[in-house]
Design a protein around this ligand. Structure first.
Ligand code: COA
Length: 557
């Protein structure tokens, strides 16, 4: 089919849908929802068989839905209507939720339901549900809905349901004097990643993100108790919560570490050590062992790895290499494996070029430590999406396994054509060959893991369900630690020595960093402009031509 994706932004769900539809052989083009006129024009140019709207914030114009079937992905079960479906579901503690594919009509979310899928809710933030459960359900339901459209059939009338407006900010306002930990977490998670719960800390109005429960500390409800790796601990009536990130309107209206936003006001709080114990640990890094396998989880918010994050991860990795294990699994985080440098921290720095420089070198240190490991076999287990430097960091391991359903953006092009580092000039050719480099780096489109596997960018694809994938990783890592371990380790060490004698690792890094220096400090401001726009979530003024194929054909904008 010829399918036009109409989206508010080309977000993770839109990327996944785009990649899946293309992989299924459909002809796909994208138009970002900029104005009704632009949408009407896009339909006239592309002449789609159907419009698919994976992530839309406005109504589709009547001229469009009257002329061509328009399939809206709604993150709620049949009958549910309104723009904040998932927010309400988290806030009200629904045990089961769903995704419906609704055919657009004049009534917002009120058209026939073409297909739907239900899922069990997890106690986590809204954005995590969106990136895992909602995305999986949406893709399955969308393919079902397209079959119905292809057969020329129509959907079922929606069951009786209800319209719900956006969540009023009062409904999520935390009452520190009476809300218990579960209530506080629930409120914050229902608004994470957008818009965040509005709160007052020390007289400053901030939005809260990235919260988790503190296992031990207690204090007078509402008081700040401690800091740890940029997060703040605040007492509730029955315990305490950690708040990792805050957003404050003003000069830097984007998410940053809580302590960076509040600065001096919280500098006298006791600083707790970052502890990687899975039971008592407080930060984003956790280390555990299963038999001869050490598993390093690093759940950095939004997959963004700041200079401090990288240093902490390097220390945890180095400790893991001292353990009497055989295999180290780099497991990343729940939603993202890694998205590379922390662009928000860079944007907020006094000197973004200097902070970029520090951040890229700190990531390189991790990549180098993994590449140089000859005591263990290493595996990158990519259970969540990865982009830019995050993808290339994963390639530093001996084996790269990914969950079916993960979307990779293995290129730096969308970040102002950064050259990139993380030893990609060493790691990529030895995986995909010189000929494969262009297939990976030469475009801006998201890639499914099946394609990444066929390009030999990654080694294996594991189950799509997150829990099944984690089990797959454990089992397969155990077998890597088994019979052939010594022989594999020996081969690996020999190859490393051979590679080093042909061209030392530092030569790759020096050459990459020379180019990065130009990106950070040179004349061309593309990287700084792209970063400014990304961290501020600036709306698009037009659809880039690599997405809007219909416009590229006619010479477009
Ligand atoms: N640093 C800081 N924040 C990042 C980030 C990074 N490297 N990568 C993603 N994010 C944030 C986004 O700003 C967004 O923030 P929000 O929670 O305030 O909305 C959030 O992560 C999710 O991103 P979004 O774009 O909505 O998710 P997505 O799944 O649709 O797309 C990416 C993900 C990774 C493709 C896209 O965000 C991206 O291109 N990131 C930049 C990657 C990069 O260039 N890294 C630096 C070079 S090493």
């Amino acid at each position: 089919m010829r399918l036009l994706l109409l989206c508010h932004a080309f977000n993770s769900l839109s990327q996944r849908v785009h990649a899946e539809l293309r992989a299924a052989g459909h002809e796909v083009s994208v138009e970002l929802d900029i104005s009704d006129e632009v949408t009407v024009e896009a339909v006239a140019l592309f002449k789609p068989d159907a419009v698919v709207a994976p992530f839309l914030k406005r109504k589709i114009p009547e001229a469009v839905f009257a002329a061509v079937p328009c399939l809206i992905v709604h993150p709620g079960p049949p009958g549910d209507r309104g723009p904040a479906a998932l927010d309400w579901a988290v806030l009200e503690g629904e045990a089961e939720w769903g995704v419906s594919i609704i055919q657009a009509t004049a009534e917002l979310d009120g058209g026939p339901v073409l297909a739907s899928r239900l899922f069990s809710m997890r106690q986590t933030r809204k954005s995590s549900l969106y990136r895992l459960e909602v995305t999986e359900a949406a893709v399955a339901a969308l393919f079902k809905a397209l079959e119905i459209i292809q057969r020329g059939e129509s959907g079922d009338p929606p069951p009786p349901g209800r319209w719900r407006d956006p969540v009023p900010s009062q409904a999520r306002r935390i009452d520190w004097a009476s809300d218990d930990t579960a209530t506080v977490l629930n409120k914050i998670r229902s608004a994470d990643g957008f818009p965040g719960v509005l709160d007052d800390i020390g007289g400053r109005e901030v939005r809260l993100f990235n919260a988790w429960a503190e296992p031990e500390l207690k204090g007078d409800a509402g008081t700040l108790l401690a800091r740890c790796h940029g997060a703040l601990c605040r007492a509730t009536v029955d315990g305490a919560v950690w708040i990792g990130h805050l957003k404050e309107m003003g000069e830097r209206p984007f998410k940053r570490r809580a302590t960076a936003v509040l600065g001096e006001a919280v500098s006298s709080l006791p600083e707790l050590e970052l502890d990687t114990d899975p039971e008592t640990g407080r930060g984003p890094i956790r280390y555990r062992e299963v038999g001869l396998v050490g598993i390093l989880d690093f759940d950095f918010y939004n997959g963004a790895m700041s200079t401090e994050d990288c240093r902490a991860l390097l220390a945890a990795y180095q400790q893991a290499t001292q353990r009497p294990t055989r295999v180290i699994v780099l497991a990343g985080g729940s939603d993202f494996w890694s998205n590379g440098m922390d662009l928000n921290a860079i944007e907020a720095a006094d000197s973004p070029p200097d902070e970029s420089w520090d951040n890229i070198r700190a990531i390189d240190e991790i990549a180098e430590a993994v590449i140089r490991t000859t005591s263990h076999l290493t595996v990158s287990a990519i259970g969540g999406n990865a982009a830019a430097g995050g993808v290339f960091l994963a390639l530093a391991a001996d084996e790269v396994w990914a969950r079916a359903g993960v979307v990779l953006n293995p290129h730096y092009k969308n970040m102002g054509n950064l050259y990139g580092s993380e030893y990609w000039t060493y790691l990529l050719p030895r995986r995909v060959g010189e000929d494969g480099i262009e297939a990976v780096m030469g475009h801006r489109l998201p890639m499914l893991v099946a394609e990444a596997e066929s390009l030999k960018l990654i080694d294996r694809v594991g189950p799509g369900n997150r829990a099944d994938f984690d089990q797959f990783v454990q089992t397969e890592a155990q077998s890597l630690a088994g019979a052939d371990f010594e022989a594999r380790l020996k081969t690996k060490a020999e190859r490393r020595a051979q590679d080093e004698s042909e061209r030392p690792l530092h030569a790759y890094r020096d050459a990459e960093l020379e180019r990065m220096r130009m990106n950070f400090y040179g004349f061309d401001p593309s990287y700084h402009v792209a970063r400014f726009r990304l961290v501020r979530r600036s709306p698009h003024a037009w659809t880039p031509l690599y997405l809007a194929r219909h416009r590229a054909r006619v010479g477009g904008k």
